[in-house]
Design a protein around this ligand. Structure first.
Ligand code: AMP
Length: 373
C-alpha cells in the first residue's frame, strides 16, 4: 500500500503543513484512519505511540473544523491521560494546523488554572485536555461541551490504567449525542472494548502493529542470566556500558519499584514510573531524566508509552515481554534521529522461548552481550 498524503483527500493547506514537517508518506495508521475520519465516520483504532497516531486523528479533525464556520464555541475535544501527552498533542495541532485559523487551548491539572481560564475566554475551536482538570473547569462554568462535533479519546487503555475511566464517562455524558468519535487505544482489555462499544456508532476499525524498523538501527545484545542474578548483573552491565540515559523495562509496577530502589542502593540514580505514581512524581522523574540527574528510569510498558525523551542511550529489557512486538517497540525508544542506541535484553532460562519469538520477529539471532571495549 503505497499511498501519498494527497491521495488521502487532504487539503492543500494540510499538505503544505506536512511538507514543512518533512513527512513524505503516511504511516499505516494514517493511511487507514484518515479517509474514514475525514468522511465523518467514527473510528476505532488500535495503535501505540510512535505509529503516527496523533496525525491520524488531528489531520482529519483540523480539516473538518476548517470546513465549517467558527461558532465561538468548542467544536472539537481531544482527551489525553497525561499532561505530557496533552501538551504534545496541542503542539502537534499547531504544527499540522499551520496556515489554518483553528484556535487551540490546552488544559491539564497540576498547575494553576488562571492561564487556562484566559485561554478558554479566547474562544478556542479545539480543546486538548486531561479529564480531571476539564471536569473542574466544567463544574466552575468555564467550559461547555454542548457544541462539540468531534471527540477524540486518546490512549483509552492508559486512562483505565490511571483510574480515569469514570472521569472520561462523565465528560462523555456532557457531549452531544450526535457527534463524531475517534477512539484510540494500544490495547483492548474488556473494559475498553465495552467503553468503545458504548461510545461509537458503526466505526471504521483500524489496527496497526509498531514499526519494526527500530530493530535495524539499534545495537542489540542479550545477557543470559539466572533469574536470581538478574539485578546484580544489571548493575554490572550499566557500569560497564557507562550508560547515560537508560530506560529499563519491567513487567510489573511492583517490580519497577523494587528494581529502582536496588539500583539506587548500588549507587546508580534510578526512579520508577508507572500508573500508580502521582502526576507530579512522574513529572519530577521525567525532568530529572531529561536533565541527566536521574540516569535510569524503570518503567512498565503502559507508563513508558507517553514518554517522549530524546537521547536515550540504552534500553534494557529486564524482563522479556510476552508479545514480541513489544520488544521492538521498547528498543525503539533509543537510537532515534540517527544516533546509535544500545539495547540489552536479560534472558533467564524460563524466558528462552520468548527470546526465540523475538528473534523470529526481527529475523535474526541476537548476539550475547560483552562489555564495550
Ligand atoms: P505519534 O505516534 O503520533 O506519537 O508520532 C510519532 C512520531 O512520528 C512523531 O514524532 C511524529 O512527528 C512522527 N510522524 C508522524 N507521522 C509521520 C509521517 N507520516 N512521516 C514521518 N514522521 C511522522
Amino acid at each position: 500500500m503505497n499511498q501519498t498524503f494527497s491521495s488521502l483527500g487532504l487539503s492543500e493547506r494540510s499538505l503544505r503543513a506536512l511538507a514543512t514537517e518533512g513527512y513524505e508518506t503516511p504511516t499505516p495508521i494514517q493511511a487507514r484512519a484518515i479517509q474514514p475520519a475525514l468522511s465523518g465516520r467514527d473510528v476505532l483504532a488500535c495503535a501505540q505511540t510512535g505509529t503516527g497516531k496523533t496525525a491520524a486523528f488531528l489531520l482529519p479533525l483540523l480539516e473538518r473544523l476548517e470546513m465549517t464556520v467558527a461558532s465561538g464555541r468548542i467544536r472539537a475535544l481531544v482527551l489525553a491521560p497525561t499532561r505530557e501527552l496533552a501538551a504534545q498533542i496541542a503542539e502537534r495541532a499547531a504544527a499540522y494546523g499551520r496556515g489554518s485559523r483553528i484556535r487551540t487551548a490546552l488544559i491539564y491539572g497540576g498547575v494553576g488554572q488562571r492561564q487556562q481560564e484566559d485561554a478558554l475566554a479566547k474562544k478556542p475551536d479545539l480543546l486538548v485536555a486531561t479529564p480531571g482538570r476539564l471536569l473542574d473547569l466544567m463544574q466552575q462554568g468555564f467550559v461547555r461541551l454542548d457544541a462539540v462535533e468531534i471527540f477524540v479519546l486518546d490512549e483509552a487503555d492508559r486512562m483505565l490504567d490511571m483510574g480515569f475511566i469514570h472521569d472520561v464517562r462523565r465528560v462523555v455524558s456532557a457531549l452531544p449525542r450526535k457527534r463524531q468519535t475517534l477512539f484510540f487505544s494500544a490495547t483492548f482489555p474488556p473494559a475498553i472494548t465495552e467503553l468503545a462499544g458504548q461510545m461509537l456508532v458503526d466505526p471504521a476499525q483500524v489496527s496497526v502493529t509498531p514499526r519494526a524498523t527500530a530493530a535495524e538501527t539499534v545495537h542489540q545484545t542479550v545477557c543470559h542470566v539466572d533469574r536470581s542474578d538478574k539485578r546484580g548483573r544489571l548493575v554490572e552491565v550499566l557500569r560497564a556500558e557507562r550508560a547515560e540515559r537508560t530506560l529499563v523495562f519491567t513487567r510489573t509496577k511492583h517490580g519497577a519499584n523494587r528494581l529502582a530502589e536496588q539500583l539506587s542502593r548500588a549507587g546508580i540514580v534510578a526512579m520508577a514510573i508507572h500508573g500508580n505514581k502521582s502526576q507530579s512524581a512522574r513529572e519530577r522523574a521525567l525532568e530529572g531524566f531529561r536533565a541527566g540527574s536521574i540516569r535510569v528510569l524503570v518503567a512498565t510498558d503502559i507508563a513508558a508509552r507517553g514518554i517522549d525523551v530524546d537521547g536515550v542511550s540504552h534500553v534494557v529489557n529486564f524482563e522479556l515481554p510476552h508479545v514480541p512486538e513489544t520488544y521492538v517497540h521498547r528498543i525503539g525508544r533509543t537510537g532515534r534521529a540517527g544516533a546509535t542506541g544500545r539495547a540489552i535484553a536479560f534472558c533467564d532460562l524460563e524466558e528462552r522461548a520468548l527470546l526465540r519469538d523475538i528473534e523470529r520477529l526481527i529475523g535474526r539471532v541476537i548476539p550475547p552481550w560483552s562489555a564495550p571495549g
